[in-house]
Design a protein around this ligand. Structure first.
Ligand SMILES: CC(C)(COP(=O)(O)OP(=O)(O)OC[C@H]1O[C@@H](n2cnc3c(N)ncnc32)[C@H](O)[C@@H]1OP(=O)(O)O)[C@@H](O)C(=O)NCCC(=O)NCCS
Length: 149
């Protein structure tokens, strides 16, 4: 497996794998324009096996710091260590870019992701109440996490 920068040929695979983050037209457009204009995402990495994307992870620098935007692994390839390899890769890039802290938001119910982040030194520092929509109705809190790099 290789972890490399996203290229145009990977874009369809990324949409298919990361149906949560890239579910809306706006998010799909943001990925397409990131490729075209090399902006929006500070770094967008993909895990590739035999030319096929099996996971992705990106960071974005906002006013309050560097955020993990998405991390996602194809469900057929989960629990094989790919998620943590992507996380370590993107943490290395964020640090090399001079960031001292990495931030993220995650659904409170997403214990798989929370466990992954905690394993790699992220701590919870707050909640955003009713941040995520829930299907078919309702809202869910976001857990705010951070890691000193
Ligand atoms: C979260 C996700 C990226 C993890 O990817 P993965 O490749 O399966 O994870 P890894 O195999 O590298 O596992 C690393 C750690 O994650 C946690 N983890 C992974 N699967 C888990 C599960 N089913 N239950 C609890 N913890 C789990 C564990 O801490 C694990 O460490 P361990 O193997 O020592 O127990 C993957 O489940 C995914 O794509 N989920 C859907 C998208 C998503 O929710 N992204 C996060 C948005 S903030």
């Amino acid at each position: 497996m290789q972890i490399i920068d996203l290229e145009k040929r990977h874009i369809k695979d990324v949409y298919v794998i990361d149906t949560y983050y890239f579910s809306s037209f706006k998010e799909k457009l943001s990925l397409a324009s990131a490729l075209l204009f090399r902006r929006i995402f500070t770094s967008f990495r993909v895990a590739v096996i035999d030319g096929r994307v099996v996971g992705s992870c990106s960071i974005i620098n906002l006013r309050d710091g560097c955020h993990i935007n998405n991390i996602s692994v194809d469900f057929r390839y989960r629990n094989k260590g790919i998620g943590q390899k992507l996380l370590l890769d993107i943490m290395g890039i964020a640090k090399a870019n001079g960031n001292q802290i990495l931030l993220l938001e995650v659904r409170q119910s997403n214990q798989t992701a929370i466990s992954l982040y905690k394993k790699h030194g992220f701590i919870e520092y707050g909640l955003k109440k009713n941040y995520y929509p829930l299907k078919p109705r309702g809202k869910e809190d976001a857990v705010l996490m951070q890691k000193i790099l």
